[in-house]
Design a binder for this molecule. Structure first.
Ligand code: FMN
Length: 186
């Protein structure tokens, strides 16, 4: 069984990264031998990290999130681009809960305003590679404002080619995770 945790990190009620992450989660759920779990930081508020350890110092929500992270074989993050980087909410979540991500593969679904902000995903990759030797999946789904129809709600009407990219992400992420978990130990 491959356990994949999707983590939505935008606090926007009509978050676009959440909408795409939900498409990814539904796709992953349909794959044989995959068990999915989901955490949405909108529903699970965390205090700010102030350097205390262990994770229990940050309360029940932090403990619960850390358990979900620990049980996962791999993670997929939904992230918003804020000031050309990850949001403070995502960074704070990582500051508190990234211990259980050690050496785990992870994927990124990213929503931004402009199409030139795609390098923000590299910040998340860098953080997890340096901090917990996380293994980034080299296919990111990135959607800017121009990738959404102007009709309907804010997180509705994803335009081509993003839905195709979501399909590609779903199809390739699971074999990527499985290849890594079968790697012989040195
Ligand atoms: C504080 C703040 C900073 C932002 N900074 C950027 C930015 O640097 N580059 C960009 O393209 N979009 C930026 N945006 C736009 C968001 O990335 C965009 O609204 C995106 O849809 C947010 O993801 P979400 O819908 O999942 O919340 C910013 C938005 C906010 C609120």
């Amino acid at each position: 069984m491959t356990r994949i945790l999707t983590v939505s990190t935008s606090l926007h009620p009509e978050s676009r990264s959440r909408a795409i992450l939900q498409m990814v989660g539904s796709g992953l759920k349909r794959i044989d031998g995959v068990e999915t779990d989901h955490a949405d930081l909108l529903d699970i508020p965390l205090p700010f990290c102030d350097g205390r350890h262990p994770v229990e110092a940050y309360g029940e929500n932090a403990k619960r999130l850390s358990e979900q992270v620990g049980q996962a074989d791999a993670l997929v993050f939904g992230m918003a681009v804020y000031c050309y980087s990850v949001s403070g909410v995502l960074k704070n979540f990582l500051d508190i809960c990234c211990g259980g991500m050690t050496e785990k593969p992870f994927g990124i679904i990213c929503a931004s305003g402009g199409s030139l902000s795609y390098m923000a995903v590299e910040d998340l990759q860098k953080i997890l590679m340096f901090e917990v030797r996380g293994i980034p999946f080299p296919r990111v789904v990135f959607a800017a404002n121009e990738d959404w129809s102007e009709e309907g709600e804010r997180a509705e009407g994803l335009l081509p080619p993003i839905p195709e990219r979501v399909k590609g992400f779903v199809q390739e992420f699971v074999p990527f995770v499985r290849r890594l978990s079968h790697k012989p130990k040195a």
